[in-house]
Structures are given as structure tokens and as C-alpha cells.
Design a binder for this molecule. Structure first.
Ligand code: SF4
Ligand code: SF4
Length: 397
């Protein structure tokens, strides 16, 4: 206990910008200092060492600088296991709540590394209301335009919505927004990678490290709680629900992306003009992806609403829900468009779907989607770092 109190005093000194010996260190934000304080306590305790990648990475450090904290915050999957296991969690005076402290810094890193930097503040504004308003506004804009032409209701399209919005027009509208989103995310994560590389051993990526990180990403290994029984959600019970709903969402999204990519190949390489019907490959991928995405996002919404309020950062909930809602709307409206292709509502359904997709693309680089990109980068750096000798000769691995 005395050692922990000494470490807590040391952490306070670090947070104030001094070591106990008086030397000046780079100033951390209040949130970063809080992660540093908690990591000092965890480093003395180490009870949670087997839970996830954060604790083995922590044991390679005696002090926690800005880049270390950014790396660890994005390595945390917010599974809640260490909070429910912690003897120093609130109401204990040490008030250790690692998932919350990590989530608060994680949200800050998305904004700090955003590209272009001036748009970083959009992370704070990208909430549920804005996401839904953007989707509704874009859909309404299209609906009014189509209604002005007298094409909103009826069977004039004969099941082929490209008669309303030609294929090339849709590509011209959506490709620039999507490409900007991809560029913004790539530039942001590049800045993050450059910052955390020296703090994580500095070595380049190797094939074994890439394979290990890919395995952790594709299996969502660290949503297993370290024992494979799953995360904590509403209480101390373990559940694999979050991992399963994430898998449905993640693979559903990838299937929809694959459907669009295959359709692009069909159109431009083979000259097979859309629309495609079952059992064509784009349609099979799209329907499977859409159903999976709907089920996954509905489940994630449900879990989000019943989670223990001590988990994560409550201020980021609107951003989480906004992203979940847009993914759900995109998949639901896409399936409705396919099922309603022979009805007079085809043009209306198309406007709703295009509004949802455009809002999703536009908010992609400044919303919850960033967590997948930054966490993957951290898992890669972790897989690289653990292959280096421990700088303090005491690592857990
Ligand atoms: S979260 Fe609590 S129990 Fe786990 S290592 Fe930290 S101080 Fe120990
Ligand atoms: S919340 Fe889960 S992933 Fe994050 S540090 Fe705790 S045990 Fe690890």
C-alpha cells in the first residue's frame, strides 16, 4: 500500500510537469496526466496483466509520456474487464477507472491527429442529432429535386433507378466524398503512427508482427476479456455479445464494400451494366452485407444503451450512436430499396438511401469510424514493440 501511495505522489508530480527530483518533463493534458497516474498504480498492482494488450505494453514502461499514453489509449478496447476486476475502482480513493481514462484520451487523440487539423473539432460535434439531420437534409434535398420533375412516385423507372440518377452521375457525386474521407483518415493515422513509433521501439513493421496484429483485429481478440468469456457490459457478468455484434457490423461493412467493388469491376472492366439481380455476385454480397450490418448495428445500439455508466467517456456517446445510426440507416434503406424496386416508392426509397450513404461518407473521417483505424495502428505498434527487448528488462512477455 505504501508503494502505491508513493507512486500516486509521483504521478501527481508528473501531472504537474515535474519529476520528484525537480526535472521538467513535457506537459500533459489533464486527461493524459490522469492516464499516467492510473498506469503508475496499475504498474505496481499488475492484477490485470492477462486481460488485454494494454497491461503487457504498460509493463515495458516506468514512466508515461504523451506518445506512450496516446498509444495505450488507442490500444484499449474499452472492454470494461479491468474496471470490474479492480480493487482500487471508485469509490476507492485511488479512483482507478482505466476504461474511462483511456476513452477520454482516445477521443482527444482523434481530434489532435485529424487532417486537416482545423477539422479536428468536428469530432466533438459529430453526434447523433447531426448525423440524422445530415442524412435527412440530404434525402430531403434529393426528394424535392425529384418531386419537382414529377418522378417521385410511380412505375416510370420500371425497377431501374439508374434511369433517375445515371450510374456516372452517382459515381461523380460519391467518389470525391469517399476519396476525401479515405485521404483524411490515412493522413490522420500517419501523423499518429509517426508520433508513437519512437515510443514503441522505433522498429519497422515485420511480417510476423503484421500477421499477429491482423489476427487480433479480425478476431477482435481483446473483446474476449483475456479469458475468452467476453467483456463486461451492464454488470460483472461476462458476455461475448459485443464481440459478436462488432463482427456482424465489421464483416457486414466489408461485404457491402466488396459488393460495390465487384459492381465497379463489372461496370468498367467487363461492361456489364447495372442493376444486378440475384444470384449475381454484387447482389449476393450486398444482401448478405446489408443484413449483417443491420443486425450488428441494432445489437451495438442496444448494448450501448444498457452499458455500465462507469465505462468509457459519456461525452462520446452521441458520436458512437451517430455512427451506429448511420450504418443502420444505410443498410436498412439499401435493403428496402432492393425489396421495393418493383413498387411506385422506388424513387423515394432511392433518395432516402442516397441521403444516408452520403451522410455516412461525409462523417466517416471525423466520427467513430476512426476508432477502428487508430486501434489497428496501435495493435500493429504493439506487435512490433513486443518483439523488441524490454527497455527496462522486466516486460511481462
Ligand atoms: S485496473 Fe486495478 S486491478 Fe487492474 S492492474 Fe490496475 S490497479 Fe490493478
Ligand atoms: S478496458 Fe479492457 S481493453 Fe481497456 S485496459 Fe481495461 S482490460 Fe484492457
Amino acid at each position: 500500500m505504501r508503494a502505491l501511495e508513493a507512486l500516486t505522489r509521483e504521478a501527481s508530480a508528473l501531472a504537474n510537469g515535474t519529476r520528484t527530483g525537480g526535472a521538467v518533463i513535457p506537459i500533459l493534458s489533464a486527461r493524459e496526466a490522469e492516464v499516467g497516474r492510473q498506469m503508475q498504480i496499475c504498474n505496481a498492482c499488475r492484477y490485470c496483466e492477462g486481460f488485454c494488450a494494454v497491461f503487457p505494453a504498460m509493463t515495458r514502461r516506468l514512466e508515461f509520456g504523451k506518445a506512450d499514453i496516446h498509444f495505450l489509449a488507442n490500444l484499449c478496447h474499452n472492454c470494461g474487464a479491468c474496471l470490474h476486476a479492480c480493487q482500487y475502482a471508485p469509490p476507492h480513493e485511488f479512483a482507478v477507472n482505466v476504461p474511462k481514462a483511456m476513452a477520454e484520451v482516445r477521443g482527444q487523440t482523434y481530434a489532435d491527429y485529424a487532417w486537416p487539423p482545423a477539422l479536428g473539432k468536428l469530432y466533438q460535434r459529430n453526434g447523433l442529432t447531426l448525423s440524422l439531420a445530415l442524412a435527412a437534409g440530404l434525402a430531403l434535398f434529393l426528394i424535392l429535386g425529384v418531386a419537382a420533375n414529377g418522378s417521385l412516385w410511380g412505375n416510370a423507372l420500371q425497377g431501374n433507378f439508374y434511369r433517375l440518377f445515371p450510374h456516372n452521375l452517382l459515381v461523380g457525386l460519391f467518389a470525391p466524398v469517399f476519396l476525401f474521407s479515405a485521404l483524411a483518415l490515412a493522413m490522420g493515422v500517419r501523423r499518429f503512427w509517426r508520433d508513437v513509433t519512437p515510443a514503441t521501439g522505433g522498429a519497422p513493421l515485420s511480417p510476423p508482427a503484421a500477421a499477429e496484429a491482423a489476427d487480433a483485429v479480425l478476431r477482435l481478440k481483446y473483446l474476449g476479456g483475456g479469458h475468452g468469456e467476453g467483456c463486461n457490459e451492464a454488470d460483472d457478468a461476462f458476455t461475448l455479445a459485443r464481440r459478436r455484434f462488432h463482427h456482424l457490423t465489421f464483416y457486414g461493412f466489408l461485404l457491402c464494400f466488396a459488393a460495390t467493388s465487384v459492381a465497379t469491376l463489372y461496370h468498367y472492366v467487363f461492361g456489364w451494366v447495372a442493376p444486378y439481380e440475384l444470384p449475381s455476385l454484387p447482389k449476393l454480397l450486398g444482401v448478405a452485407g446489408g443484413v449483417s450490418l443491420m443486425a450488428g448495428t441494432a445489437g451495438l445500439w442496444w448494448l450501448n444503451r444498457r452499458r455500465d455508466p462507469l465505462h468509457g467517456d459519456a461525452a462520446q456517446k452521441p458520436m458512437d450512436l451517430g455512427f451506429i445510426a448511420l450504418l443502420f440507416l444505410t443498410s436498412a434503406s439499401g435493403l428496402a430499396l432492393w425489396l421495393g424496386r418493383g413498387t411506385p416508392a422506388l424513387a423515394l426509397l432511392l433518395c432516402l438511401h442516397l441521403g444516408a450513404v452520403m451522410a455516412l461518407f461525409a462523417t466517416l473521417p471525423y466520427g467513430k469510424f476512426a476508432h477502428g483505424i487508430f486501434r489497428t495502428a496501435s495493435l500493429l505498434r504493439h506487435a512490433i514493440e513486443k518483439r523488441q527487448p524490454s527497455p527496462i528488462g522486466l516486460g511481462a512477455e
